[in-house]
Ligand binder design. Structure first.
Ligand code: PLP
Length: 427
């Protein structure tokens, strides 16, 4: 369910015509619907109503502080993976007592920053990280609240690049080695053992891998308790998939029910880290057609639609071969044709969609790249010295620019030509 709707052939975001926003802010831009964001948050969160739980939005999916602020107002926390994300979460007004910190490579500075901020939990992913965290905590005279991220060796049956819970993936501590590490941590000063966490992958369209990993987690929680190490928090990570094309992801309440059933009787607070499922279908990327052309060679005839958005703005198609539905912002009734929709970047891998059949477009038409709210702007870069695009949030019949389009000056911010390198000074 989302609020990108068509009226008289025009694409609207809630009550605002997308074309109207394009005329005002220029293209390309990301466009989010507040109503959709909140509805998805509540749809997810309400599945766990009645169980002690905390929904920590995965900041990396969509990091704009205006959007994080929305989730904070809705009672959400944050799952962060870097010092920069901690900074954003705090700026957005997220209570540090609702922030958890995941990731395999936390630096000493990042650990210190998060300890000083007073976050809820560190999801520790190795013995060396535990030792470093202890040193930092002892130096600060603090006790670090720790969960271990275990790797349950479960196949999430998703894309190889976004599967994280297999033994061959870099994430977590092999579940068989967890008990001795818990025992070591429990005996450490400066460390308070609080929980257990796992995250097996992203864009899961089946419940069974979640169930398989929960079975393993439940066994570990019981064996920890038998060894005198009770845990208070169980963090199940994120990973629930969405519909980009014809996927049929689990219904959110079925997912929640499976979780509640598997973990019943453990008397723990649940932590959930949803990202994609909240924001994915709450955002689109709006782009303008620059040129169309047909390349012919021998038997081959290929039509290209060259748009002003590129792989630096939306990396998912190039990176994972991901599929995004493309819709015209204004329906024209033109005959359909099959085209590649590509960006201006000097890479053959720079495409938004390949062999896509849609109503023929002409120069200056607007296209909407749907389902772009997750891992869209947050993965964007300045490759080819392209300023990052604007982000816009619609609320009912109003919209606000929540991130201004970058300027050329911002592109070279912080760059310095060392003194003595002026032309003509070589000897
Ligand atoms: C990326 C990530 C998430 C969010 O995953 P989604 O598939 O977007 O829900 C949650 N937890 C951790 C540790 C992650 O790395």
């Amino acid at each position: 369910m989302n609020y990108f709707v068509r009226r008289n052939g025009e694409l609207y975001c809630e009550e605002v015509a997308v074309g109207e926003i394009a005329a005002a802010v220029g293209t390309p831009f990301y466009l989010y619907s507040k109503k959709t964001l909140l509805q998805h948050f509540h749809a997810f969160d309400s599945g766990f109503a009645g169980s002690a739980h905390l929904t920590c939005f995965a900041v990396k999916a969509c990091s704009n502080i205006a959007i994080l602020h929305l989730f904070a107002s809705a009672g959400g926390g944050a799952d962060i993976v870097s010092g920069g994300e901690l900074f954003r979460a705090l700026k957005a007004g997220i209570d540090p007592g609702r922030i958890i910190y995941s990731g395999v490579g936390k630096t000493e500075d990042e650990l210190r920053y998060a300890l000083a901020a007073g976050i809820l939990l560190f999801n520790v992913e190795s013995g060396q990280e535990l030792d470093r965290l202890q040193r930092v905590a002892v130096t600060l005279g603090q006790e670090a609240p720790v969960s271990f991220r275990v790797n349950p060796d479960v196949d999430p049956l998703t894309h190889a690049y976004i599967s994280t819970g297999l033994a061959k993936n870099k994430f977590g501590i092999p579940i068989r080695e967890a008990l001795p590490l818990y025992q070591r941590a429990a005996a450490m000063n400066g460390i308070a053992v609080k929980g257990i966490s796992c995250h097996i992958g992203s864009q899961l369209t089946l419940i069974s891998p979640f169930v398989e990993s929960m079975t393993k987690i439940r066994t570990l929680v019981r064996s920890l308790a038998e060894n005198g190490i009770p845990v208070q928090y169980i963090d199940l990570g994120g990973g629930v998939g969405i519909t980009y094309d014809d996927e049929t992801p689990p219904h959110l309440h079925d997912y929640a029910e499976a979780v509640r059933k598997e973990l019943a009787g453990l008397d723990c607070t649940l932590i959930l880290e949803p990202g994609r499922v909240i924001v994915g279908n709450a955002g689109i990327l709006v782009t303008k057609v620059q040129y169309t052309k047909t390349n012919r060679g021998g038997e081959v005839e290929k039509k290209f639609v060259i748009v002003d958005a590129a792989m630096n703005d939306l990396a998912r198609p190039s990176l994972y071969g991901a599929y995004h539905t493309i819709q015209p912002v204004r329906e024209t009734g033109a005959a359909r044709e099959t085209v590649d929709i590509v960006g201006p970047i000097c890479e053959t891998g720079d495409f938004i969609a390949k062999d896509r059949t849609l109503a023929a477009v002409v120069q200056d038409d607007l296209l909407a790249v749907m389902s772009a709210g997750a891992y869209g702007f947050s993965m964007s870069s300045n490759y080819n010295s392209r300023p990052r695009v604007a982000e816009v949030l619609v609320d009912g019949d109003r919209y606000a620019v929540i991130r201004r389009r970058e300027t050329f000056d911002q592109l070279i911010q912080g760059e310095v030509i060392p003194e003595g390198q002026e032309a003509g000074h070589d000897q």
